[in-house]
Every structure is written in C-alpha cells, then in structure tokens.
Design a protein around this ligand. Structure first.
Ligand SMILES: *Cc1c(COP(=O)(O)O)cnc(C)c1O
Length: 207
C-alpha cells in the first residue's frame, strides 16, 4: 500500500515571485523558517496558502504568526507549546503543531530528545490545551549522504511516532503526520515512514 505524501515547498530565502510560480501550478503548502520573512510574504501572497513554520521559534515571536499560521512544525519545548496555546486562545484559533525531535548525530540540530518528548507527553499538560492540535512528529536526519545512517535516523523517528501514537493518540485521527525528508534525503525518508516531505532546493534551486 502506498500512502500519500504531502509536499511542503520550503520557500525560505526565495522570492515571492518564485512562490507564486509554484502556487500557479497548484502548490499550496509552503514552509518558512524566519518570522520576519514569513510576515512579509504572508501579507503579500494569496490568502489560501497554508504556511508551515519549520524553523526554531522564539516564544516572544509566537504572537506574530498565530493569526494565520497553518502549522508550527518545530515545537521543541513545553514553554513554546504553552505560549502557542496562550496566543491561539486570544485569537480563538486552533493551531496545528508537530513535536520536533532530535535524532541526528550532530549536536547542532534543534529539537527535543526522544526522552524529553516522552516526558512532555507523559506530563499531560498538553491535554488541557484546547487551542493546540498535536498532529505528529517532525525531524531532520543527520546531514550525510550515507543511506544507512539516514535510514537509521528515520527509523528511530518512525518507531517513536508509532510508540507515541499507541500510547497517547490511538483514538485521535489528527495525530498522523510524520514530517521528514528534504532535498537530499526525501527518497530514503519516504521509504522509512515519512508522509510529509519539506523540500526547498530541489524546487527553487540554491539559496
Ligand atoms: C531549509 C529546510 C528544509 C529544506 O531543505 P532543502 O535541502 O532545501 O530541501 C527542510 N526542513 C527544514 C527544517 C529546513 O530548515
């Protein structure tokens, strides 16, 4: 059985003209990683674009994107989740989020460790948050061309997704997104549990 994979066109550092070119052939999901850049693009581009926030998000900037953001893929702390809940309540919105986990071997990558993510979920405070919808897991693999390492990273994320699905979201259809795979590793990602890829370079060229 082949599952559908959602394509997020990662448009960070690319122009509004480039985004409109993709939009005109039907692309609606776009990914941005900086608040200021997203604010400007959101103002100037069509309203039916589904904006994914994929970069590290500071709590003091959450309020700027809450009125229109479709999904925040990079939730890496309880503090950030609380701020999203607080701001979304003010705007009377329900905001989709993914929990970003760190599986890569580089220490530079952001995200919750698997044990931190387990703790966040086990703690249960999120269950009282009526303005956030936890829709799945996001991750980035090690920055390498080594397929065995990529595979292992994606498998770690996929196994964790399944564990969390079973333990906390078995009766919740919203929790279904596995967001992994970028330009250089999306084929390996799709073979290893991904149902959402975030691709920039292969669509728009070098940044
Ligand atoms: C930039 C970025 C991507 C896309 O990377 P490409 O290699 O250009 O496809 C995907 N995910 C995140 C979190 C990014 O920051």
């Amino acid at each position: 059985m082949t599952e559908r994979v959602n394509l997020v066109a990662v448009s960070k550092y690319h122009t509004e003209k480039d985004i409109l070119a993709a939009y005109s052939v039907g692309q609606r999901h776009f990914g941005e990683s900086r608040v200021q850049e997203l604010q400007i693009k959101h103002q100037n581009l069509p309203d039916d674009i589904l904006w994914h926030f994929i970069g590290h998000l500071q709590t003091n900037k959450v309020k700027y994107i809450i009125p229109y953001i479709y999904i925040i893929e990079s939730v890496d702390s309880l503090k950030l989740l609380r701020e999203i809940e607080k701001c979304a309540a003010i705007y009377d919105r329900k905001v989709n989020v993914l929990l970003e986990i760190h599986v890569a071997r580089e220490s530079t990558k952001t995200g919750l460790s698997i044990s931190q993510c387990r703790e966040l979920l086990a703690d249960g405070e999120w269950k009282e948050m009526s303005h956030v919808c936890i829709c799945g897991i996001m991750t980035m693999a090690t920055n390498t061309e080594d397929i065995d390492i990529l595979k292992e990273d994606f498998r770690t994320a996929y196994d964790f997704y399944k564990e969390v699905k079973q333990e906390f979201f078995y009766d919740n259809d919203d929790f279904s997104i596995r967001s992994w795979g970028m330009t250089h590793d999306y084929l390996v990602a799709c073979d290893n549990g991904s149902n959402q890829v975030r691709i920039g370079t292969a669509i728009f060229g070098d940044r």
